[in-house]
Write a new protein. Sequence first.
Length: 174
Amino acid sequence: MTGFWGKSSPAVEIISEEAEAQTLKIAEVSGAVNSPGVYEFDSQARVADALDRAGGVSDGADAAWLEKNLNRAALLQDGQKLYIPRIGEQSEAVSATNMAGGSGGSDTVLSVSSQRVNINTASQKELEELWGIGPVTAQNIIEQRPYSSVEELLQKGILKSNVYERNASMLSIY
């Protein structure tokens, strides 16, 4: 970059590079996509852009789940992970979560499901089982679906910061 007197100004170039780095987002796309991986996006990238970069959804993707739960128009968040379930994968996790007593289902699916609550598909009862979330907050979470990131609960003011911090490790969007 040229300065006022026609000389190169390295300080201006460094600032420009830092500003450019701050506008980039990195997201992981995995599951039922053709080219899973970690990709770099500009600041205005959408979920649809991430799916395109990953080669689109594969033939084994759960189309019904995609239509119901994925907001392709949502802005990507830096560090976000998009996981596209395969046919039957999501329904197994939901059925394992809803089991009482734990017999008759896959222990692996049950252990994963019991650790995470999908805010895009959880029932009001499942949400109310989280610390600090009562019927009103649970209903508010449900009414504002779908979410492209767990952080939206905090950004939209749905959860207070202390409730969000206490539950963040147990929440997911996929």
